[in-house]
Design a protein around this ligand. Structure first.
Ligand code: ACM
Length: 550
């Protein structure tokens, strides 16, 4: 089931307007977006509690709205990272407002009416929390870290009218609803996985996905870089991996790979947004593309022909061949050198052809290679039977809610990222007639993506062992950025709320209202979201071109 989405699908989605990060939009794209900016004067005013994911505490003050004026300034603590966040705030607000919004450090004499970003030593805010105060005479975001300031900036963005997503100046009263927010994440790991192996997505697509993570306070991008159909990262010591193994993709789609410079561009963009990239090299299975490039790693020593289908479980690098460990050490060594984050993901799923004991021995060695590189290892939960190493993390993708082997690995010290296939797999169809995606883990509508609790999801796994949540997007049937967005929106914000908001703030009835309120923002940002039935999408903003539902 591969190929472009049929026309019926296109009727339910907004055409992607600007498929590149703001900094790189072309003039033509800006003009296209401008066509869509006129109509949101009718949008209902945003309320302080309309934020997704729901903040920990919200105290509205209906008498304290703030009006952003044309002469407003952005004041910021004199810290380079905080100044960079202030620059990002200015870059978000200047295009739609047309205001100059100069950034100035706090010591400078400034007129009242500005937005202040302040680094504080308030330890209660933690590594990512922030406090937001909106008063008639000014707005203040306080945090202990620049990451916390940026989360506060994303909240501010959501509290402005939807036209804040316009790429060109728009007539608008830039009102922020008065009151205070105190906000901190429930979990440290809140991620998305993008499979760039089954279909390849270029750097600008990945940067745009990083922007989407930032909107919803997600902080991990897991890149599934290698699989049977493609090897997507240049490795200097094994050059044919990308040059040969990267040539194809599922079906007739073009292949491709990231040069190391491309990859570093992704790292830098993510780092500026406090998103940590977790590269995955799937081992020992899902390695057919590598074998096409280096037949010596194959069990029979012969390089196979490229594979463009979508079956799984047939390939593996030979665990009895020492060259396989040279390959793993070289690849992970180069990746570690290119990756600032703390984690390397070694896959480990669906190595059906490798006997269990051989598999466990292979994973043991690969885990030690990762430890030797000074990194912590992550693997799909199939790596559970291997020995414990410090910092080991398993990623649960099952659909059962119970797995004694995973629970036992947790008792031995592993911690868990939850990506239950039947709630968090965003390659699953919304409904049976969704024209792309799969259904082996079930149909996942927005409510199903929302209604589960990471802390109690897996029997025998204590809440303290759960590091957070991750929404994987496998791309056997996903071929374009618009299709990525169609599968992520509106379900990704549901997973984000599971990962960020405290349990007591999870509530489907308010979530669906808050979520639907973001439709006009996505439309204006050119995000090709799925306007699925059953959500109260606002009527005040014209429905996306071609839309048939509402
Ligand atoms: C997986 O879905 N094979 C991790």
């Amino acid at each position: 089931m591969v190929g472009r989405a049929p026309a019926t699908w296109a009727e339910t989605a907004v055409p992607a307007g600007d498929a590149v990060p703001a900094a790189e939009r072309s003039a033509a794209e800006l003009a296209r977006t401008a066509e869509r900016t006129a109509a949101s004067l009718l949008a209902p005013p945003t309320r302080l509690g309309d934020v997704v994911p729901a903040p920990e505490q919200v105290e509205p003050d209906g008498t304290a709205d703030y009006l952003l004026a044309a002469d407003a300034v952005i004041r910021v603590s004199a810290d380079p990272a905080a100044v960079a966040v202030a620059g990002q705030l200015a870059a978000l607000l200047r295009p739609p407002t047309g205001y100059p919004l100069p950034v100035t450090d706090t010591a400078a004499p400034v007129p009242a009416g500005g937005i202040a970003l302040v680094l504080t030593d308030e330890t209660a805010l933690g590594a990512e929390g922030y406090r937001l105060d909106i008063r008639p005479d000014g707005v203040r975001v306080a945090a202990g870290t620049a990451a916390g300031l940026l989360h506060g900036v994303q909240t501010l963005r959501q509290l402005l009218p939807p036209t804040v997503e316009s790429a060109t100046p728009t007539t608008e009263r830039w009102v922020l609803p008065g009151g205070s927010i105190l906000d901190r994440p429930r979990y440290p790991h809140r991620g998305v996985m993008l499979d760039v192996a089954r279909h390849f997505f270029g750097v600008t697509d990945v940067l745009r996905v990083i922007d989407h993570l930032g909107r919803y306070k997600l902080n991990r991008l897991h890149l599934h870089l290698t699989d049977d159909q493609g090897w997507r990262i240049a490795i200097d010591s094994w050059p044919r991996l990308a040059a040969v193994g990267g040539a194809g993709a599922v079906g007739d789609a073009p292949g491709g790979y990231y040069t190391q410079a491309d990859y570093q561009r992704i790292m830098a963009y993510a780092a500026d947004r406090y998103v940590t990239v977790i590269p995955e090299v799937d081992l020992p299975g899902h390695t057919h593309a590598a074998l096409t490039a280096y037949g010596e790693l194959a069990p029979d020593g012969i390089a196979p022909r490229p594979y463009t289908g979508t079956e799984v479980g047939f390939s593996y690098v030979d665990p009895s061949n020492e060259r396989s460990y040279d390959f793993v050490a070289d690849v992970l060594g180069e990746l570690a050198a290119l990756t600032p984050g703390r984690w390397l993901h070694i896959g480990g799923d669906e190595a059906f052809k490798v006997p269990a004991e051989v598999y466990a021995g292979f994973v043991d060695r690969v885990q030690r290679i990762v430890a030797g590189l000074g990194r912590d290892v992550i693997g799909w939960h199939q790596i559970a039977p291997a020995a414990h190493v410090d910092g080991r993390i398993l990623q649960w993708w099952g659909t059962t809610g119970a797995d004694p082997v995973t629970a036992e690995a947790v008792r031995r010290g592993a911690r868990l990222i939850l990506s239950p296939g039947n709630h968090a797999y965003l390659d699953m169809k919304y409904t049976s007639d969704t024209p792309i995606g799969h259904d082996w883990a079930g149909l996942i509508d927005v409510r199903r993506a929302y209604e589960w609790d990471p802390a109690s999801h897996l029997v025998g796994v204590p809440a303290e062992a759960v590091l957070g949540v991750e929404a994987p997007l496998w791309t056997e049937s996903v071929t374009t950025l618009a299709e990525i967005e169609f599968m992520l929106f509106p379900r990704l914000p549901a997973i984000a709320e599971r990962g960020w908001s405290p349990r007591k703030r999870h509530d489907w009835d308010t979530f669906r209202e808050r979520l639907a309120g973001h439709g006009p923002r996505w439309a204006r940002a050119g995000i090709a979201y799925h306007r699925c039935p059953g959500l109260p999408w606002p009527q005040t903003v014209p429905a996306p071109r071609g839309s048939t539902s509402g």
